[in-house]
Write a protein that binds this ligand. Structure first.
Ligand code: NAI
Length: 247
């Protein structure tokens, strides 16, 4: 019998993160839902339990290294292992470069880039220590490879996530730990609410094959597929989950 996996998923209170929690749980994995939104995170746990799955919530601000370390420790204390770390929490503040609001800039980098760094470090160390051949998956974006005006800090962070993924994959591969990025295009979640108001959404829809926003469930399905041992050759890759947005 194969060991039941443990997946830690940040940003699990909403959107892509929540759907990924539900997906992994529906496949029999135990899920550690992490987010700074306590009510939303607890709701995800309730949804999992209602469907017969196993999950806990750990309130976490991913921009704080000590909280991400505590999250990983909590996962191992509760379930004894960590097989999947999905560094997914993110924010989408508008940060045009010529009028850069430094506070927003640092906040965006703190969550979207440093949050991923901390997840790689603490989950990677723990997997190595426990001898687990796990997988670390980072949420990038089409905006990690394509520019759009007004989102300077977001591009900086997601571009960094892509190179951090490749760099960490090289360093962790001797331990059998894979590091992969998924890069969604335009996904129907609260993070793009600002775009809905600005009318930019119709431009985005026109770019995606099929003409409709990607469903968060579709991204969750791709994350799950990438996490499987059968995907062992997918390592250091930026997997585009964008309906051709960046093609
Ligand atoms: P969302 O807004 O529905 O979910 C983001 C979650 O991250 C929320 O639950 C929020 O509470 C949490 N979060 C924010 N800051 C946090 C922090 N400091 N610590 C812990 N949790 C925090 O948005 P969505 O779309 O599900 O975003 C998930 C990821 O997907 C993000 O990294 C985002 O940049 C990325 N993405 C989203 C796209 C889209 O079109 N929706 C496209 C490409 C990438």
């Amino acid at each position: 019998m194969s060991t039941q996996r443990v997946a830690v998923i940040t940003g699990g209170a909403s959107g892509i993160g929540r759907e990924t929690c539900l997906k992994f749980a529906s496949k029999g994995d135990r899920v550690v839902v992490a987010d700074f939104n306590e009510a939303g995170g607890q709701e995800t746990v309730d949804l999992i339990k209602k469907a017969g799955g196993e999950a806990i919530f750990v309130q976490t601000d991913v921009s704080k290294p000590e909280q991400v370390e505590a999250l990983v420790n909590q996962a191992v204390e509760t379930y004894g292992r960590i097989d999947v770390m999905f560094n997914n929490a993110g924010i989408g503040l508008q940060t045009p470069v010529m009028d850069l609001d430094l506070e927003k800039y640092h906040k965006t980098i703190g969550v979207n880039q440093h949050g991923v760094t901390y997840g790689i470090i603490y989950a990677g160390r723990k997997m190595k220590e426990l001898g687990i051949k796990g997988v670390i998956i980072n949420t990038s974006s089409v905006f990690g490879v394509l520019a759009s005006p007004g989102t300077f800090a977001y591009h900086a962070a997601k571009g960094a996530v892509n190179m951090m993924t490749k760099s960490a994959a090289l360093e962790l591969s001797p331990y059998g730990i894979r590091v992969v990025a998924v890069a969604p295009g335009a996904v129907d979640t609260p993070i793009i609410a600002g775009y809905k108001a600005s009318g930019m959404l119709s431009t985005m829809k026109a770019k995606v094959m099929g003409g409709e926003l990607t469903k968060p469930e579709s991204v969750a399905n791709s994350v799950y597929l990438v996490s499987l041992d059968e995907a062992d050759a997918i390592n250091g890759s930026i997997v585009m989950v964008d309906q051709g947005f960046a093609s």
